[in-house]
Design a protein around this ligand. Structure first.
Ligand code: SF4
Ligand code: SF4
Ligand code: SF4
Ligand code: FES
Length: 948
């Protein structure tokens, strides 16, 4: 194996459709108009020496190393900043150019520290490479040239260092931060020879606005900005392309390795979701994979009060299978079930639901995706006919208006946020509907045209008010609606939204959003050109989550903003494989591909292929399983890669349900909170240790490739297979590609998907079948999947969760850039430097009324429970609204959230909880007791520890 080397074309690709032909060193080349000479030469395989150019950022023209001669033109222009022209004749290698380039390199080298042999970038340094490329053999000015100012080594960032003495002031880092990441954290301070790269106001990186995305480190041609892991381990030897296991953006990375050790994760330029960019999680936070807390041996215990006993894989699997069989024999076939994970691969998820349907013989399968995006599935299937977003990420480059509702992309989907920000800097307009003043409302060179700070729980009212303006002001795209949608249903809907009670003025009374903002936003969305909607859990995690998704779809259809590039309805998925886990049939009423169990022909096809009669009755959802456990009719559960105790609402209820079961089997990387109630622990494998696929928010199926052997001995799909075999339902896959072949065989939208195709194309967006052999980037072109687009009336029904004298504030929850979900992975990385506890954001007005100062402990109480955390006073939240994250188990914010859920899908209402906040002296008693319970529950029996 070797390192994958990607070509650096020097400047970004031109998007022009017009082509231009020129000759470079006598060879003709045809490229799009606007391409640089440097890039045209690179297309021919001719690398012109360069230092300040790289194809991730626009050309800058500062180093003068890339000079060329052009026939008929005087001088030697820089090839990176000179665009091609028809008939141009370019020479890249002449004696004059060689002399000039050597002269430039001499100047650079004369002032550069000559410690190449001990430099961490030795062998991976473009300055070194260019000295070789220009044939530099001597430096006329000596090696002791004047040095640039050196503010000293900055080691503040946990993942990379900044060593200014090695800087050649090429500005690639500054441009990467601006153009690729959009943070503008870096600048060149000083002038002329005294210029130096400086984070923010000459602060250390850690204290600056830097969000640690790594784009500057990747862009740096020297060791000035360098990964600590490279400094510590050495330069990598080989690499494997795989997919990030954190969020639903699905960034492709080159895992660069030395032996079995990951040296660094480098974003892959060919990755179609990320186009060579990354965020701090995927780029740097992979240390959890070898963290000391990982449990690598199976364990069992008869009672949850017993210490764990390490056992062989055979004993653990046999014990789990015999317990499930015993329970089914005693309490009935439906007394057991399982939960699939949106963190696991498609193949693993498919296998778990297969084990439950064919091995357990019931449909008691559910997924953590229920608690985030199940309303997306319901709402988009109802209106458009497919349970998925409509666009690819590239589509945002064609958007003129971007409407973000209930999402915080810079924290939740950072790489896509950077692409959005780029488009916004180019001039697209922005509308944000969110109770919080998220970063995108105002960030460098970006300002939202409208921010609608609605009261949590009023999404349906506000989106319907937008529709009211569109209908009553004659902004409907009637041609589109007549051609593409059911006209009668449209008319009913139009009449409904036009009612005066849906006017912005009336809705202002419910939502708190000034009517003029609603009117302005509606007009902009309807008339601003290509308008694209992006939404997140702030839409779905409500009692009317499905209704809001439908209301959004109505808006897109009414204005004709669907079925082409630049528009659409785009759910931003939380976890890496939320889309995939839903696609793979993780819900109790649906087989893979969203086919209801009542479709008898489909059920029969599965029965024939799986060789087993299947239950046609839908099974239990997670909340029903927990209720049934408390009723005594549900006794055993197999949970793969999901910490339901921390991630699901109403923690006490969940804990009581789990405690009432006789066999809880958890397959995970760590002893997560749910394992406090487990009887069998099966060690899971990380994304670096397995093969498979993830499907991102764009419906893009991407390969996950094994870069190291599983430390626990098995990939997760193999563990499910062992369990199924022990249960008596045989599975004999030898590789996940065989599982994908089965998925393709049984699922029409996946019919064309295979590992061979993924190797060939890199990734593919479903539907991928005979009609669309290379996949489907944009859906519903020319017609909706369901036929006519369906308008559905969206009556606003206020949630039962109401504020009142006891609980006067509304709590809404979300995530932060550096932590991921319940934090099991990111809390075991250096990311804790940025966020080591959950805090409660509270408006200064509400804080002052309660005598709360910034950093004080506060007690957060709802009718479901209470917890204690520190206050952070900020105007990001409106008066009457408080906000926190849910990444830390010692806060357990879901102790406070309630059992209310979406009417259609049971997705919990995490985003609206009536609470009170009062000063406190420190963590509640239960929090201390809970920590003690965790300590007790993680005990491993002594003799076996000693024998290790
Ligand atoms: S790591 Fe990212 S955000 Fe930080 S300075 Fe570099 S490019 Fe900017
Ligand atoms: S830190 Fe690296 S990328 Fe930035 S100016 Fe210096 S050498 Fe260039
Ligand atoms: S966490 Fe999301 S945005 Fe960050 S690198 Fe991974 S997939 Fe990309
Ligand atoms: S690479 Fe063209 S001027 Fe530096």
């Amino acid at each position: 194996m070797s390192l994958i080397q990607e070509i650096d074309y020097g400047t970004p690709a031109s998007k022009s459709e017009k082509e231009v032909t020129l000759t470079v060193d006598g060879v003709a080349v045809t490229v799009p108009e606007g391409t640089s000479i440097m890039r045209a030469a690179a297309e021919l395989g001719r690398e012109i020496p360069k230092l300040c150019a790289t194809d991730m950022v626009e050309a800058f023209g500062s180093c003068r190393l890339c000079l060329v001669e052009i026939e008929g033109r005087a001088g030697t222009p820089a090839s990176c900043t000179t665009p091609v022209a028809e008939g141009m004749v370019v020479r890249t290698q002449t004696d004059r150019l060689k002399r000039l380039r050597k002269g430039v390199m001499e100047l650079y080298i004369s002032e550069h520290p000559l410690d190449c042999l001990t430099c961490s970038a030795n062998g991976d340094c473009e300055l070194q490479d260019m000295a070789g490329a220009v044939g530099l053999r001597e430096v006329r000015y000596g090696y002791e040239g004047q040095r640039h100012p050196d503010p000293g080594l900055d080691t503040s960032n946990p993942y990379f260092t900044y060593e200014p003495s090695k800087c050649i002031v090429c500005s690639r880092c500054v441009r990467a931060c601006e153009e690729v990441q959009g943070t503008f954290a870096l600048t060149i301070a000083g002038r002329g020879f005294d210029s130096v790269v400086s984070p923010s106001m000459e602060q250390p990186f850690l204290e600056s606005e830097c969000v640690s995305c790594g784009a500057c480190v990747q862009a740096c041609p020297t060791a000035t900005l360098n990964e600590r892991s490279v400094i510590e381990i050495g330069t990598p030897e080989h690499s494997v392309v795989t997919t990030c296991a954190y969020c639903g953006v699905g960034c492709a990375f080159k895992a660069e390795m030395r032996g079995e050790e990951v040296v660094r994760m480098l974003p892959y330029k060919d990755g179609k979701a990320n186009r060579g960019h990354s965020c701090v999680k995927g780029r740097f936070a992979f240390g959890y994979t070898t963290h000391k807390d990982r449990v690598l041996k199976p364990m069992i215990r008869e009672k949850i009060t017993d210490p764990w006993r390490e056992v062989s894989w055979e004993e653990a699997i046999t014990y789990a299978a015999s317990e499930f069989k015993r329970i089914q024999a005693k309490y009935g076939k439906g007394s057991v079930g399982g939960i699939t994970s949106s963190r696991c691969t498609n193949e693993e998820t498919f296998l778990v639901q297969k084990l439950i349907r064919a091995g357990f013989g019931n449909n008691n399968v559910d997924t953590c995706a229920r608690v985030c995006h199940s309303p997306t599935g319901y709402g988009l299937k109802t209106t458009f006919g497919t349970s998925a977003g409509t666009q690819d990420f590239d589509s945002v480059e064609q958007a003129d208006v971007i409407l973000i509702i209930g999402a915080n992309p810079t924290d939740g989907h950072p790489v896509f946020a950077s692409r959005m920000k780029k488009r916004l800097r180019e001039g697209a307009k922005l509308i944000i509907i969110d109770p919080r003043r998220i970063d995108l409302v105002r960030s460098p060179h970006i300002e939202a045209s409208y921010h609608l700070p609605l009261k949590p729980g009023t999404n349906v009212a506000v989106v319907t008010a937008l529709a009211h303006v569109i209908v009553t002001e004659g902004l409907v795209n009637e041609k589109f609606v007549r051609e593409r949608c059911d006209w009668d249903e449209f008319q009913d809907w139009a009449e409904f939204v036009a009612q005066p009670r849906h006017s912005p003025e009336e809705v202002e009374k419910i939502s708190g959003v000034p009517a003029d903002l609603i009117r302005g936003a509606a007009r902009l969305y309807a008339t601003g050109g290509n308008s694209a909607i992006y939404y997140g859990l702030g839409v779905t995690e409500h009692s009317q989550g499905s209704t809001t998704v439908i209301a959004i779809a109505n808006l897109a259809m009414a204005t004709g903003n669907i079925g082409r590039e630049g528009v659409g309805v785009n759910p931003l998925r939380g976890q890496n494989n939320v889309q995939g886990s839903c696609d793979m049939g993780s819900f109790p009423h649906e087989l893979p591909g969203y086919r209801h169990l009542s479709e008898s022909a489909t059920l029969e096809m599965f029965e024939a292929f799986w060789g087993k009669a299947l239950d046609a009755e839908p099974g239990l959802r997670i909340p029903n399983m927990i209720d049934a456990a408390l009723d005594g009719s549900f006794k055993g559960i197999y949970i793969q890669g999901e910490d339901i105790l921390q991630s699901d609402p109403n923690t006490q209820h969940m804990a009581a349900g789990l405690a009432a079961m006789e066999c809880v089997v958890v397959q995970d990387l760590f002893l997560v909170e749910t394992t406090n109630y487990a009887h069998v622990f099966l060690p899971g494998s990380t994304f670096l240790e397995k093969n498979g696929t993830f499907t991102n928010a764009e419906r893009r199926i991407q390969p996950v490739r094994k870069v190291m052997q599983p430390l626990n001995g098995y990939e997760d799909w193999q563990i499910t297979q062992l369990l199924s075999n022990a249960l008596g339902y045989p599975m004999n896959y030898s590789h996940p590609s065989e599982i994908m072949d089965e998925i393709a065989r049984l699922t029409p939208t996946f019919a064309g998907v295979s590992y061979a195709l993924l190797d060939e194309l890199g990734s593919v967006q479903w539907p991928c079948n005979a009609k669309a052999p290379d996949g489907t980037p944009v859906m519903h072109i020319g017609g909706f999947v369901r036929g006519k687009g369906k308008f559905v009336i969206t009556e606003y029904v206020a949630t039962d969760e109401k504020t009142g004298p006891r609980y006067p504030l509304l709590l809404t929850t979300g995530r932060i850039l550096t932590q991921y979900n319940v934090g099991a992975q990111t809390r075991r990385t250096a990311n804790v430097v940025w966020h080591d506890e959950d805090v409660l954001e509270i408006h200064p007005f509400d804080a002052e009324n309660r005598g709360i100062r910034d950093g004080d402990w506060v007690k957060l109480t709802s009718r479901a429970g209470e917890t204690t955390l520190r206050a952070h006073i900020t105007e990001r939240v409106a008066p009457g609204v408080v906000y926190t994250t849910f990444h830390h188990p010692n806060t357990q914010v879901n102790v406070v959230t309630t059992e209310f859920s979406d009417w259609a899908t049971n997705c919990p209402e995490y985003k609206v909880t009536a609470v009170q906040v009062m000063p406190s002296n420190g963590p509640s008693e239960w929090q201390e007791e809970y920590e003690e319970l965790g300590r007790q529950s993680r005990r491993i029996a002594e003799p076996l520890v000693a024998a290790e």
